[in-house]
Design a protein around this ligand. Structure first.
Ligand code: HEM
Length: 481
């Protein structure tokens, strides 16, 4: 009895402190979110956190406390205050709980390295892989895959509706496979998702569960019980297979004259003390960062085009009046088409491939974000979905309207799908080249139509750090003049 009473009094006192006395208590947010990480974890693993955080911003404004120690921002100034280098030259570090490390595929890699100095060394090592010279070689590879993709769609499209999401995944994972493991997965050639990729795509949800479990100090001890057996075993197989692939690439050398990402990492392996697991972790991270995201924006683009026949017709007209052969469509040539650029930018806005807030931790002494003082040790981030759907920045934010990128009346700076600052995406140029070439060649060559025009693909999306995309069946008719 006594113990129960003590427990009730202590927890009541703790909740009172969290809600009314805590240094974040003046930030608005739902009490159930402030009282415990359970709310955050539930939203994050529900697949609907993009919508729930947006509703919180609609209700409470630009800054919302949606966890005991967590603030979400949906205002444009927060981009630079959270992610850019600050006046003292320092950056807010990545949240070590979210970017957790261990001794398998979560070993230190380019995305999860949190120490700014160590990250700078790794980023420098990788910068050559993203240089103008490397990009030229990567463009050749992308052109080769774009041509194979056209052929695959032509062939399979003749038999009936095709799931475009698969075709884009096959292409972008094969490209990154060549660059990050030195070998393609062969999905596009075999017209079938390779088992290595299938594990990533089938267990998208596990990323969110993992983040949620680690929010609770003791729960991770039970992680293996809480994770479904198939996910656990799939993850272990995936890790071992990744390590095997990368060590084979190291042993046997590159399979072509192309300088892949691995070449740059191997050159510095001894100097930067990169272990076998770190090597595998870099490749794994590069593949996920570079393929799933590009496949997402391509899938989204074609969905929105099919749903907006007027936009689609205008884009077809731009491409078909400019080119007389799909093989002439290079990144440079496609880069000169303003409406294509506007359609892609609008897809990045309305359907950001990483829709969540990438979490950072405020430094000792705290800092000011978008005019608000935030105490030290708070987890902060700009929630990509909320800011890109904020009517303060984008008129009619739920409408797909590429024209906004030409009129430039909206506050376009609010959309930053690649982030900003020293942790900004390293693959931004490669992503634009890839998306431009593939989108332009497909718009030029095919007339796509949704298999079921009433299917609300956008509404069916589940967000688990990245999107768990539903199938997108389309009819593909080859265009002829
Ligand atoms: C549509 C395509 C893409 C989008 C929207 C995108 C978005 C992002 C975002 C938001 C981040 C920051 C992640 C964080 O803060 O944790 C990031 C980081 C990164 N991305 Fe991309 N990305 C795309 C394509 C690519 C491609 C093609 C590559 C090439 C491999 C790539 C490589 C990277 C790398 C290496 C980082 C880590 C940078 C660092 O921490 O220094 N990304 N990306």
């Amino acid at each position: 009895m006594y113990t129960v009473a003590v427990a009730i009094v202590t927890s009541t006192a703790y909740f009172v402190w969290l809600i009314w006395i805590h240094p974040l208590s003046h930030f608005p947010g739902p009490k159930r979110a402030i009282a415990s990480n359970l709310y955050w974890a539930k939203q994050f693993t529900s697949g609907h956190s993009h919508q729930s955080v947006r509703s919180l911003h609609d209700k409470y404004g630009d800054v919302v406390r949606w966890g005991p120690n967590e603030l979400s921002f949906a205002c444009v100034d927060a981009w630079k205050d959270i992610y850019d280098r600050r006046k003292d030259g320092k950056v807010l570090i990545k949240d070590p709980v979210f970017y957790r490390k261990d001794e398998t595929l979560r070993a230190e890699h380019i995305v999860n390295a949190e120490d700014p100095e160590r990250h700078a060394e790794i980023r420098k090592m990788m910068s050559y892989a993203f240089s103008a010279k490397a990009l030229l070689q990567q463009e050749d590879l992308i052109l080769q895959y774009a041509s194979e993709l056209r052929e695959a769609i032509r062939e399979k499209g003749a038999d009936g509706p095709i799931n475009l999401v698969n075709f884009f995944n096959w292409t972008t994972f094969d490209i990154l496979g060549e660059l990050a493991f030195g070998e393609p997965f062969g999905s596009l050639k075999n017209r079938k998702t390779d088992s290595w990729i299938a594990i990533i795509l089938d267990h998208m949800q596990s990323m969110a569960w993992d983040a949620a479990i680690w929010k609770f100090p003791l729960l991770h001890y039970f992680q293996s019980w809480l994770t479904p057996k198939a996910v656990r075993e799939g993850g272990a197989r995936h890790a071992l297979e990744s390590k095997k692939k990368i060590l084979r690439r190291e042993r046997e050398g590159p399979k072509s004259d192309r300088i892949d990402f691995v070449s740059y990492i191997l050159k510095k392996r001894d100097e930067l003390l990169i272990t076998d697991w770190q090597l595998a972790a870099h490749s794994n991270a590069l593949i996920i960062a570079g393929s799933e995201t590009s496949a997402t924006v391509l899938s989204g683009l074609f969905y929105y085009l099919c749903k907006h026949p007027d936009v689609y017709a205008k884009l077809k007209d731009e491409l078909r009046s400019h080119f007389s052969n799909a093989n002439d469509i290079t990144a440079k040539a496609a880069g000169e088409l303003p409406y294509l650029t506007a359609c892609i930018s609008e897809t990045f806005r309305i359907y950001p491939p990483i829709p969540i807030a990438m979490p950072r931790v405020t430094p000792e002494g705290g800092c000011t974000i978008a005019g608000h003082f935030v105490p030290a040790g708070t987890v902060v981030g700009v929630h990509a979905w909320s800011i890109t759907h904020n009517p303060k920045y984008f008129r009619d934010p739920d409408s797909f309207r590429p024209e906004r990128w030409i009129e430039k009346i909206d506050n376009l700076e609010a959309s930053k799908p690649f982030l900003t600052g020293p942790r900004m995406c390293m693959g931004i140029n490669m992503a634009w080249i890839e998306v431009r070439i593939i989108a332009a060649q497909l718009v030029y060559m095919f007339d796509f139509e949704l298999d079921d025009n009433n299917f609300d693909w956008a509404r069916e999306q589940l967000c688990y750090v990245l999107w768990d995309k539903p199938e997108l069946f389309v009819k593909a008719k080859v265009f002829s003049r």
